[in-house]
Design a protein. Sequence first.
Length: 387
Amino acid sequence: MRTSTVQTFKTARRLLTGAHASHELAGEMHQLGCKCPLIVTDRGVSQAGITDTIIAQLQSSGVEHFAVFDAISAEPEMVVVEACRELFVKQGCDGIVAVGGGSAMDTAKAVAVYAGDERPLAELFGEDQVKPRRFPLICLPTTAGTGSEVTNISILADNEAQLKKGIVSNELLPDVAIVAPELTLSCPPSVTAASGVDALVHAVESYLSKFATALTEPYSLAAVKKIKASLVRAYQHPDDMEAREEMATASLMAGLAFGNAGVGAVHALAYPLGGRYHLSHGMSNAVMFVPVMRWNQAACPERFVDLAKAFGAPADIAADAAGQWVIEEISALCEAVKIPAQLRAFDIPESALADLAVAASGVTRLLRNNPRELSVQDIEAIYREAY
């Protein structure tokens, strides 16, 4: 399963984790020479008081100049990146601090490479199309799910084309990632659920990826174990700090895994759902998770044995039973956190499935990682199973 080529391992250049790690932000900014940051966040984070807390910490450390951009959409959009970059330039900022979920971090990462580039934003899409980043970037996730704080990609919605597009470059890797569980305590149950299942998708798909390595595999399996043990607790008891810390760590591990091994068909089939019907990234992944796993299990049964054990299966589970074990565990977890199991729950018309399949088949950057090759007809069949 592992590739025999030279392997690399990408992550943020500096990683801080653990309770109260967010208190280190001002010191990290100082080390990077950032004196006037643009704080990229969203209104939910601001309303929860997190932004004010971060600002108070910066001010008490002598940071006098900063700007705040909190007009982040539910899914990061190109027009929002344009507006955020405009504020960055107008306020004379010299660095970016992202405080939020995947949308805030993906927006911030895009602005970090776009702020010093006069080309149209559309020219940055694809792999290695950006210029060297000129401004420092620090990411503080407030959800346990996306892993964006340690990945080299920013996914943006092109509303005009009704597609999601990626900017992929190591220039998007943050200078510092601060994973502090206290920042996730105010996360609403619905977001805890969707982001937690998103992290589980990252863990499972990175383990099944054709490009999994000896470095990524332990992170994938450890993340599965932690999410299995902690997601429902974090969902049912939002103030459970231990569960929040376990989920924050699991999300980070899954991010480290998929940031290097890649993800597969679950994400590829989720992209058109977000682009055309504005389902959140986490929810899109969640609803496609089980149907894609049903198709993938035959391609790599031995990998499903490892995943089944991570989900708590007996050590002697047979290969022909492992796939069903994994599928049942995923289904039970999604049900426990009240995530709909079918596309029809999101008012997506059945007549759209054929077009969705064509759109998903074009996400070759992700489909090439999948353990099973899927034709357009296969993809449409998966959508129909999900419907």
